[in-house]
Design a protein around this ligand. Structure first.
Ligand SMILES: Cc1cc2nc3c(=O)[nH]c(=O)nc-3n(C[C@H](O)[C@H](O)[C@H](O)COP(=O)(O)OP(=O)(O)OC[C@H]3O[C@@H](n4cnc5c(N)ncnc54)[C@H](O)[C@@H]3O)c2cc1C
Length: 399
């Protein structure tokens, strides 16, 4: 069987379709195996920062993404009773809302549409076994079929199972002491185009953000000593979420009431992925599977785009996959590790205050930073922003 230039990508999130797009441009034929039954379109806004924006531009997708900008105007902090504490308009120092905001699901959909006619997408499909042969990899799938590929790229996200099979002994999941859940709830008439954040409510952190005409997106994180909640058990997840929301005020009550109808959760321990190597033989990892920085950095999506672009470019230029994987890792690893260093368990604990004193201090800090004179002093100038952009990752022009 002809396997040269035939590549399997596992995972149709952000990294997988991006890499598929570039590999197709370079003459490879790509199969994408996605475990879910359909494209997963859940999630809140994701920022596409720095070099990630450049990848999007190179793919010719910037206009499509701009057209789906959520138009979020900024972030408001509320207390448990639903009273406004502080307001951070778009672009404010310390605020959440960036220039380039898109719902993760819309972004995944745009990438899917850009690749569905040029790749072989297989939903409800995942790898059950991999055996390396002299010139390729023999892969078995959950439906019992087997197929050979030249290379296998793992883009399965934070809790990748195929990574555990191949590089489990080289990968450490560093648990940050909290769980995270992203999901959608029905939109209410009072929802506006602002992100609403409630923290300082017994260790639970909630942000609601504008979604579509019919839904609002939820990010919920809560402290938990151990990562001990059963994976893939939606009933167990809902029970834990209801407990974390109980007695946490009006916005929390609204989420509890809507939870019954939620079925697509992005849910799991908030962990960073630290892998001592990103490849083994003909198997290589990209995106969160290789280097998840946690969602609070807001950089996981840009990292996924950059890594996918660089890996495809390095594969294109080389006959030897080992040299390609080494070049890819040596370029992207410092960028990914710099992002990971921005978040740590202490910061996570500080964001999930529990005591009355901690709550009072948090409110003071929020009001202080929201003050317009403080904002004037701290808001980066256009020159500083341009300097930061120049210091971001430099993308080679592989095409
Ligand atoms: C539904 C969902 C909602 C999200 N919401 C947010 C958000 O609101 N904010 C945020 O910062 N980040 C969110 N993320 C994570 C964010 O997308 C990633 O951090 C980042 O974009 C890197 O993307 P990725 O492609 O590496 O991983 P992901 O976007 O996580 O994509 C991984 C894909 O692989 C699939 N998969 C998993 N295991 C297998 C397997 N064994 N075989 C085949 N396929 C598999 C998953 O179903 C998923 O489609 C979300 C992810 C998902 C899946």
């Amino acid at each position: 069987m002809e396997i040269a230039k035939k590549i399997l990508i596992c995972g149709a999130g952000i990294a997988g379709p991006t890499c598929a797009y570039w590999l197709h441009r370079y003459g490879y034929s790509v199969v994408i195996a996605e475990r879910a039954k359909t494209l997963r379109d859940g999630g809140q806004n994701v920022d596409i920062k720095g070099a990630g924006q450049e990848v999007i531009r190179k793919m010719g997708l910037a206009e499509k993404i701009e057209a789906r900008n959520t138009q979020e105007q900024g972030q408001k902090y509320f207390d448990a009773a639903g009273e406004l504490v502080a307001t951070f308009p778009k672009g404010a120092f310390g605020g959440l809302t960036a220039d380039f905001e898109i719902l993760r699901g819309d972004f995944a959909q745009i990438l899917y549409e850009a690749t569905r006619d040029i790749c072989d997408y297989r939903f409800s499909t995942f790898v059950t076994g991999l055996t390396e042969t002299a010139d390729g990899v023999s892969v078995t799938f959950n439906d019992g079929t087997a197929e050979d590929f030249e290379l296998v790229i793992c883009a399965e996200g934070l809790n990748s199972v195929t990574r555990a099979m191949i590089l489990g002994d080289k990968t450490e999941l560093r648990y940050f002491g909290a769980y995270m859940a992203f999901f959608n709830i029905p939109r209410c008439p009072e929802d506006d185009n602002w992100a609403w954040t409630v923290n300082g409510i017994g260790g639970t952190f909630i942000t609601l953000r504008p979604g579509t005409e019919s839904h609002t997106t939820v990010l919920m994180t809560f402290l938990r000593e151990k990562p001990d909640i059963a994976a893939d058990d939606n009933a167990a997840r809902k029970t834990v979420l209801l407990r974390a929301l109980e007695g946490r005020g009006t916005i929390a009550d609204r989420i509890s009431a809507a939870l019954g109808s939620v079925d697509d959760f992005y849910f799991g321990p908030m962990s960073q992925v630290h892998a001592s190597t990103w490849s083994k033989g003909r198997f290589v990892m990209i995106g969160d599977a290789a280097h998840s920085p946690t969602p609070f950095t807001g950089e996981g999506t840009a990292l996924a785009l950059v890594g996918a672009y660089v890996l495809a470019g390095e594969i294109k230029g080389r006959a030897d996959h080992r040299a390609a994987f080494e070049a890819y890792e040596s370029l992207v690893r410092p960028y990914a590790e710099a992002s990971q260093r921005k978040m740590n368990p202490t910061l996570i604990r500080l964001m999930h205050v529990k005591s009355g004193f901690g709550v009072a201090v948090t409110r003071l800090i929020q009001r202080f930073f929201a003050n317009s004179s403080v904002q004037k002093m701290l808001k980066p100038s256009d020159a500083t922003r341009a300097k930061r952009r120049r210091k971001d990752f430099h993308l080679s022009d592989y095409a």
